[in-house]
Design a protein around this ligand. Structure first.
Ligand code: NI
Length: 256
């Protein structure tokens, strides 16, 4: 079976067929799903999903691009939500310098605060880091994030940067980008990262893998990602599924 470690089923892209899609996952080989919050609203919607579907677990956090209006009382609400049984991580949190808003100092402030939150509630983090490798690593080191543990989601940096995160014993979320023709550097990184440190993810509705690039993404596309990883690493497809499943169970503390 396949463990989907990062998806956004609360997104309006799934409004039309959310229930049917979620109910079709098991017969397509996907047995566990982490729905990841990205704003306070999406965290609330995530709580509704984890209550409705036994195989869906949640992460509570605010994406760097959504930190502009964040306040300490929101963090207190996140903290209360993190106490629920099926909330298994703080995320997604981090830095995204591709977008100029909110300014870097605001993103950094709330990245630090949410790393602290993860420590307070004793949960791993799901980190979003785009065009911000150095500051991400600096803040993680400063906040002793290696003691918190977590995953660098949608990892898309080089092998050299992977080595830095590996030094902090982090996991790597590998998604559809690995199948893109221009992703040579990422494939090198995936070849370098031990399979014991890789999680499968789609980040749906975004970033669908080849051959569905450009379409709405969902967990149904995970086999394309797993096949690509199997081919890069020269190991069996089933082994990719079983090892990444175990990795995610271990990181998020989920035992079936
Ligand atoms: Ni995401």
């Amino acid at each position: 079976m396949i463990f989907e470690s990062h998806v956004h089923y609360d997104d309006e892209a799934f409004d039309e067929d959310r229930d049917a899609l979620l109910r079709s996952l098991a017969k397509n080989g996907i047995d566990l799903v982490i729905n990841v919050g990205a704003s306070i609203k999406s965290c609330k919607d995530t709580l509704a999903l984890i209550e409705k579907y036994p195989f869906v677990y949640g992460a509570m956090g605010v994406h760097p691009s959504e930190t502009g209006a964040l306040e300490e009382e929101d963090i207190q609400w996140l903290k209360e939500s993190c106490a629920l049984d099926k909330v298994v991580a703080v995320g997604e949190i981090g830095l995204d310098y591709h977008w100029k808003e909110p300014e870097a100092s605001t993103q950094q402030k709330w990245f630090r605060r949410q790393l602290e939150l993860a420590r307070e509630v004793n949960l791993p983090v799901i980190i979003h880091s785009r065009e911000a490798a150095k500051d991400t690593l600096d803040i993680m080191r400063d906040m002793r994030a290696e003691e918190v543990g977590g995953v660098i989601h949608c990892f898309s940096y080089t092998k050299e940067t992977a080595a830095q995160f590996l030094g902090m014993d982090y996991y790597f979320g590998i998604g559809g980008v690995v199948t893109f023709e221009n992703a040579k550097k990422l494939r090198e990184a995936v070849s370098y990262i031990p399979i014991e440190k890789i999680l499968l993810e789609t980040d749906g509705p975004y970033l669908a893998p080849v051959p569905n690039r450009g379409k709405r993404n969902s967990s149904l596309n995970l086999p394309y990602i797993a096949k690509e990883i199997a081919s890069i690493k020269g190991i069996g497809y089933d082994k990719v599924l079983s090892v990444t499943h175990e990795n995610a169970e271990k990181l998020f503390g989920i035992k079936q």
